[in-house]
Design a protein around this ligand. Structure first.
Ligand code: GLN
Ligand code: ZN
Length: 769
């Protein structure tokens, strides 16, 4: 499509932009408001300024249409609950007293009232507040925020498109309100909800909106025929409204699949599809429905989920194919740019050559504009941009960072045998029993002990050069001495060193592995005012030196009881980082696994008899579509085994996971072939123990008996009761006693009392065996 130009003008747009502002100005303003340092008026003024700056930047970059309504004080799903009047009964008084404080009460709770539940937004690391609905829910339209933000953008003379969470996705993301029978399906409220959306659309039309975007990412997941029918009905009813703007129904994060024909037939004017992760499937499916004649197609070709520059020529080829399938093709990122950091030019510590490979929100906006221009005026109009892009891609592909021959050779030489322990579980278990000589119902913890302010100060002191290495290490050793002494005194059987040296369970390792980059300003919203700075997996991964052996060995030197080595597993190392897009995830996971394998083996050589490799992210990286899950779990579990299988039979491998539901990964848990697994279970009353038993899980299990997410200290009787529940499913020879997760967020006082209860409960129940 070199010189051929598109019939209509291709427009460049995005669905949303990072809300944070420079230097996380939004976080500072909102937290300042919570602390009473910033007035409500000042907060409103600051945030209006942030929105204005963002829109102006987007327009200056050449975007034709800017999104509105994507801004949020906390979360856009919570904003949608406000927009449709779904305020939980327990928050109504607060919302009526003061809308802003009531909003934050729903988000964060108050002394007396619990907040809405928070959960992951699809397979991203963004968390939304779960709508609570019931048969008695009465919706009422409140379009004030959407209308006000649209007017702000229009007042700047911009072409603006409000973005709303679509009605079907909103209901599919909701859960039954407390007290509502669990069988209640929020989707049954669709007929009640649609008139509210109709009213909001009419208000937006009246305020000057030509187009409104309705986001329906829930339609990229496997949906039942009833759910697809609901989607068809929703867009039929909204489509036939007289007084409405044009509707763009947006999908992202995966292919639309069986929802594509439904939306293609719907009386809406536009569809947005993701052409990054699932480009081939979406292209095939679009062709199969005969394209989108008469409709606007917004093509999400620039990846909104990673930090890499786009392959512009590849995207242009995709766009060229799409031109034959719709009346009008516009260019966008695959999803909101909320999931990437703001601006890579702020990164002064990254090698300038590598910075050229990276694109954050601002750079991705530029790519979208370039692509739209090429579509409209032909590639000659962007010849310079294309040449620079080609050069940057070539430099990345040829770099010694992305192509380390030693790493590649080692990875290619991995054999089936490398991914299996040398002996089957039964023989290993016997060897480990002989070596470890643990009592029945052995007690342990998950790894971290409280991260005190002192420890954080020491770490930042070291970084800033205020504290010398020797003084820092002495500080860490002192902490380890305290943690070990406490565990011995409390009577815990398998000790930990407490992880005082770790800022974060991924970052700590990323900083020591070759091939990982750290950013200084690469913040991404995790929830509310919490932002994380995921490391970037940029190149081939290797481990120049042992990463944890020094601290584990020191802890072991202080006690005769076994001290558990503690590592973060390959899948979690990927899940909480930005990953490469130039090779399959499976290959990246394998490289990380080999680096961890070296560490596991070094720990073993140093005398460590128990090594835990945490995989709390195994389930959250599960593909959105069931059909893609087996392939994922295959490489994910293989990477774990590759990391852990270089060990002797009498070295005991533990793993750990923490979330409420394990149903869809029980087989994968078995495939890890870990000798012991500890899991979150206290809140669900040991449910996972029964599930594992029913699935025939043959190895040792430590379902948590102490809920570490709450400051509550469990009593001995309560912990003993949970243990007895565990024993009903798992025999005493295979049951461990431990908390749900690490203790780093808790206070020492709670931890002391809780672990004492836990040990006392183990002693009590042992007598009954
Ligand atoms: N070993 C880690 C800790 O205890 C595990 C944390 C996690 O599962 N998220 O902190
Ligand atoms: Zn955990």
């Amino acid at each position: 499509m070199t010189s051929k130009s598109a019939a209509a003008a291709a427009r460049a747009t995005v669905y949303g932009y990072p809300r944070q502002g420079r230097n996380r100005a939004l976080k500072k303003a909102i937290e300042g408001y919570w602390q009473g340092l910033v007035t409500a008026d000042a907060l409103r003024e600051t945030t209006a300024g942030l929105r204005r700056t963002t829109w102006q930047q987007l327009a200056e970059a050449g975007l034709h249409e800017v999104p509105t309504g994507d801004f949020s004080y906390y979360d856009h799903v919570l904003d949608t609950s406000v927009m449709v009047g779904a305020i939980p009964a327990r928050h109504r008084a607060a919302v009526e007293a003061d809308a802003l404080d009531g909003y934050f009460a729903m988000a964060r709770g108050t002394q007396d009232v619990a907040p809405l539940e928070m959960t992951k937004w699809f397979d991203t690391n963004y968390h939304y507040l779960v709508p609570e609905l019931g048969p008695g829910t009465v919706f009422a339209a409140d379009s004030a925020k959407q209308v006000a933000e649209l007017k702000e953008a229009l007042a700047l003379g911009l072409d603006a498109r409000p973005v709303l969470v679509g009605p079907v996705t909103y209901l599919l993301l909701a859960k039954p309100a407390p007290g509502v029978a669990p069988g209640f399906e929020p989707l049954t409220l669709l007929d009640r909800l649609l008139p509210v959306y109709a009213e909001v659309l009419a208000d937006l039309r009246a305020a000057g909106a030509t187009w409104v975007q309705l986001d329906e990412p829930a339609l990229v997941q496997d949906r039942t025929p009833a759910e697809l029918n609901a989607a068809a009905r929703a867009y039929r009813e909204l489509g036939v409204l007289a007084d409405r703007p044009k509707l763009l129904v947006a999908s992202y994060f995966d292919r639309l699949g069986e929802a594509l024909p439904v939306l293609a037939k719907a009386p809406v004017e536009g569809l947005a599809l993701d052409f990054t992760r699932s480009a081939a499937a979406n292209l095939d499916d679009l062709a199969a429905v005969g394209g989108l004649p008469g409709k606007r197609l917004v093509a999400g070709v620039v990846d909104g989920r990673n930090v890499w520059i786009d392959d512009l020529e590849k995207s242009l080829a995709t766009l060229g194919t799409l031109l034959g399938l719709a009346d009008r093709v516009d260019v966008a990122a695959s999803c909101s740019l909320l999931h990437v950091p703001l601006d890579v030019t702020a990164e002064r510590d990254i090698d300038p050559q590598i910075v050229r490979w990276l694109a954050f929100a601002r750079q991705k906006t530029g790519e979208i504009v370039t692509l739209a221009r090429a579509l409209e005026r032909g590639t000659d109009a962007v010849a310079a941009e294309l040449a620079a892009n080609r050069a940057d891609l070539a430099s990345r592909a040829a770099s010694a960072i992305t192509r380390d021959p030693a790493v590649r050779a080692r990875s290619a030489a991995v054999t089936e045998a490398d991914t299996h322990r040398s002996q089957p579980y039964e023989l290993r278990a016997a060897a480990q029993r002989d070596r470890l000589r643990l009592p029945l119902l052995p007690t342990t913890t998950i790894g971290s002990f409280p991260q005190t302010a002192e420890l954080r100060t020491a770490r930042s002191g070291l970084r800033a050069g205020r504290l010398g290495t020797a003084a820092y290490e002495e500080r860490i050793e002192a902490e380890i001495r305290e943690v070990v002494a406490f565990q011995e005194k409390a009577g815990i059987d398998v000790l930990v060193h407490g992880e005082p040296e770790r800022n974060d369970m991924v970052q700590y390792f990323a900083e020591q592995l070759t091939g990982y980059l750290a950013t200084r300003h690469g913040w991404v919203q995790s929830y509310g005012t919490r932002y994380v700075r995921p490391p970037i997996l940029a190149g081939d991964i290797s481990r120049p030196e042992p990463m944890t052996v020094r601290w584990t060995r020191y802890a072991q030197s202080l006690t005769d009881r076994p001290v558990k080595g503690m590592l973060t597993g390959p899948v979690t190392m990927l899940a909480w980082s930005f990953v490469r897009d130039d090779q399959p995830l499976a290959e990246t996971a394998r490289q990380v696994a080999l680096a961890l394998r070296d560490e596991v083996n070094d720990l073993e050589t140093a005398g460590t008899s128990v090594i835990q490799v945490d995989e709390p992210a195994l389930r959250e990286t599960l593909p959105l579509r069931a059909a893609d899950r087996a392939a994922y779990l295959d490489w994910a579990t293989e990477a774990f085994r590759l990391a852990t299988s270089g060990t002797r039979p009498d070295t005991q491998i533990h793993t750990h996971m923490c979330y409420a539901e394990f149903g869809d990964i029980l087989t994968a848990i078995d495939d890890l072939d870990a000798d012991v697994i500890s899991l979150e279970a206290a809140r669900s009353h040991m449910q996972v123990a029964g599930e594992l038993a029913a699935a025939g899980y043959p190895r040792e299990v430590g379902p948590g008996v102490y809920d570490i997410h709450s400051p509550r200290v469990p009593g001995t009787a309560e912990a003993a009761d949970l243990l007895r529940k565990g024993l009903a499913a798992i025999p005493g020879e295979r049951l461990w006693v431990n908390p749900d997760c690490g203790l780093k967020t808790r206070d020492w006082s709670e931890v002391r009392a809780s672990l004492e209860s836990l040990v006392a409960a183990a002693h009590e129940v042992r007598k009954e065996l």
